[in-house]
Design a protein around this ligand. Structure first.
Ligand code: BGC
Length: 408
């Protein structure tokens, strides 16, 4: 009697005994709560989470640490890798094909094409998508806008007029933590709206030298530099959530940031449309720059023995209940097209509607358009231009196109 009860139990314990080691960079307030939802859901299925969280730089530090671990032959079980980097890791033969772990037949129906394309390499799913973040948002502090009787900025001209008024009233116009990727995110927002989806795509996805080198691009850089007058220069090196905190505490009036910022405001008790408002980046209505988070699975020495753990991991990430709970907390929208959006806030509902109707472009600052290596160089050039006084826009545009040509 004892034996028949114990044996299956022992088998289960052995199967899932080693915890699942997960590398990610969800360490900000809000992100950490969302990560814990994943951890809790896995634990309910008997899978213990081994946290491999790397703080900072919008994931750059995490990717560097991952490279070292992988090169030394000891990658984690799974890691937060997204966009074209998925293909780079797949090429070196380190990743498991997700379709060999899990029956992915239904993915053709429940996942939008852009999501499927992002996680596919050589006709195989090489990563598991978890959410869709929108990047081209402008967030407004409702209290300050109401107090100063300001309209929503829908054009860049009106944006600059409004920003001046906010400054004159003693508030910080633009919440911005000056790290290179945040500087680049500001640039991306402006470039997308001024160039339009087609030319943005040509420049930052196809790396078309004519568009990169154009007079229009010089105009984008010049206008971008004007934003510098509205940020707090003492915030150089601060993380994005320190900047978002200024919106939550009514010190700053506006922030350009992806909707992961909502995750942070959720934990500060701030409510969408009541405390802050989400609007399209000026002049970018009808365009949606997307950022899809996903996890790759490393095919390492103990992979076969632990295949059942990986299967549960994949199944969990895409389960309806988890997709809903996780994305409400994270500020993103589900990757599945069959989730009821009623419980989501108004910004997520707008994002969902826009995702299904707007022109979709991959966010280059969020690793969606090029490998992180090339992206880092682009980011540095943009950030240097933003922060250094008297840097010439024409020369920066030339430097950018030369760097892209050399590295492609
Ligand atoms: C990730 C988000 C994350 C954000 C800030 C982005 O690159 O895709 O999930 O919340 O960085 O850390």
């Amino acid at each position: 009697m004892k034996k028949t009860v114990l044996l299956p139990l022992l088998f289960n314990i052995n199967a899932n005994a080693t915890p699942l080691e997960v590398l990610h960079w969800w360490t900000a307030p809000g992100e950490a709560e969302s990560q814990r939802i994943l951890e809790k859901t896995l634990l309910e299925k008997d899978i213990e989470w081994q946290n491999f969280a790397i703080v900072g730089e919008g994931g750059d530090s995490a990717l560097r640490v991952l490279q070292m671990r992988a090169l030394s032959g000891n990658p984690p079980d799974t890691a937060q890798i997204k966009g074209p980097d998925i293909g780079e890791w797949a090429k070196v033969g380190m990743l498991a094909e997700v379709d060999k772990i899990f029956d992915t037949q239904s993915w053709g129906y429940i996942l939008p094409k852009v999501v499927r394309d992002t996680v596919t390499f050589n006709d195989h799913y090489m990563a598991v998508p978890i959410n869709v973040h929108r990047v081209n948002w402008l967030w407004l502090n409702k209290k300050i806008f109401k107090e100063l009787k300001l309209p929503v900025p829908t054009t860049w001209d009106s944006f600059f007029v409004i920003a001046d008024k906010i400054k004159a009233a003693g508030y910080l116009p633009l919440a911005h933590g000056g790290t290179a990727w945040q500087d680049a995110l500001l640039f991306e927002s402006m470039a997308l709206s001024l160039l339009g989806a087609e030319k943005y795509r040509k420049a930052f996805v196809e790396h078309d030298i004519a568009v990169l080198n154009s007079a229009e691009m010089v105009t984008v850089f010049k206008k971008y530099k004007r934003l510098h007058a509205y940020v707090d220069k003492s915030m150089v090196g601060q993380d994005w959530f320190n900047a978002s905190q200024l919106i939550a505490t009514d010190k700053a009036a506006m922030q350009f940031m992806g909707d992961w910022a909502k995750g942070m405001w959720n934990v500060s008790g701030k409510v969408a449309m009541l405390d802050y408002i989400c609007v399209d980046v000026p002049e970018s209505k009808g365009i949606f720059s997307y950022n899809i988070d996903s996890f790759v699975i490393f095919e390492k020495y103990n992979f076969q023995a632990r295949k059942n753990v990986q299967t549960i991991f994949v199944e969990t990430l895409l389960s309806k209940q988890f997709q809903s709970e996780f994305n409400i907390s994270k500020g993103s929208i589900p990757v599945r097209n069959d989730i009821n959006m009623d419980a989501f806030d108004a910004c997520a509902q707008k994002s969902y509607a826009d995702f299904n109707s707007a022109q979709l472009v991959p966010s280059f600052t969020q690793n969606m358009a090029s490998t992180s290596h090339l992206q880092n160089i682009i980011t540095q050039i943009i950030s240097n231009y933003f922060n250094a006084p008297n840097v010439d826009a024409e020369k920066t545009v030339k430097r950018l196109s030369l760097a892209i040509r050399a590295l492609k």
